[in-house]
Design a protein around this ligand. Structure first.
Ligand code: SAM
Length: 245
């Protein structure tokens, strides 16, 4: 592990505290599948497509997406750096349940992904990439997502917009304002807030954005209700070799 990555990963212990005792975010305890995943499945259905191959869930947390997808019969690999989250996921699963369809691995997304080339039919990044606050490592992660996706494979990314009602106001006083990074005083967790172009620069060719929208909804964080603004993008690996005429 590089020194830079190690420092970031140490800071990631804040996520253990979030899952263990703070629980400021609904994703730390809510069990319903994310709207981004539902959006991806609906989008594919309108194109008469299904996810035909393994799914890698980056930053899988307590498995709110990985578990139901595995229950539907998908092969799912959950990558997550928080040992506490993985423990909670296992508790939700129960002993041995879903063996063979859902596997998890403790992994820091700042590091190369422990998955072979062209492996996944779909990658889920549901509010994970925003945790990668180092621009260079974040771009490296985007390249890794492109590497593990099979040609034609898709990635759904749901992440925080610059004007998100919860995180956005902290930008003004943030020492990392220029980079669009804030530290949540409720949890000590740092997050990158994105413009659509910044997100496209992370998930860059061979990944190409097929759909992009801003999702506005009301949600709870730190026990208060906020107007949330998320970016929801679907990228596809266009890494086909295009035959010459
Ligand atoms: C907001 S939660 C979302 C969890 C899950 N995707 C969901 O939809 O419920 C962000 C997750 O990313 C994980 N995470 C943050 N930084 C990470 C890193 N560097 N490597 C791996 N996982 C990370 C956190 O521990 C947390 O579980």
């Amino acid at each position: 592990m590089s020194p830079k990555s190690r420092e970031l990963s140490d800071r990631g212990l804040a996520w253990d505290q979030e899952y263990g005792e703070i629980r400021a975010y609904t994703t730390s305890y809510r069990g319903d599948i994310d709207r981004g995943v539902r959006f991806l499945l609906g989008y594919l259905a309108t194109h008469r497509e299904t996810i035909d191959g393994p799914i890698v869930d980056c930053g899988c947390g307590i498995g709110r997406n990985a578990i139901p997808l595995a229950q539907e019969g998908h092969q799912v690999i959950g990558l997550e750096h928080s040992a506490v989250a993985l423990h909670l996921l296992q508790e939700r699963l129960g002993e041995g349940a879903l063996a063979g369809t859902l596997t998890t691995q403790q992994h820091d997304l700042n590091e190369p992904l422990p998955i072979e080339d062209d492996f996944a039919a779909a990658v889920l990044d549901i509010t994970a990439v925003d945790n990668l606050v180092d621009a260079e490592l974040r771009r490296g992660y985007g390249r890794e997502v492109g590497r593990i996706l099979m040609p034609g494979g898709v990635v759904i990314v749901v992440t925080f917009a610059r004007n998100d009602g919860y995180y956005g106001p902290w930008l003004k006083s943030s020492p990392w304002r220029e980079e669009g990074v804030v530290e949540d005083p409720n949890t000590g967790i740092r997050n990158k807030l994105f413009t659509a172009n910044e997100l496209d620069a992370v998930f860059a060719p061979p990944l190409v954005r097929e759909v992009g929208s801003t999702l506005v909804f009301i949600d709870d964080a730190a026990g208060v209700t906020w107007t949330r603004r998320f970016l929801m993008h679907i990228y596809r690996n266009q890494g086909y070799s295009v035959p010459d005429d």
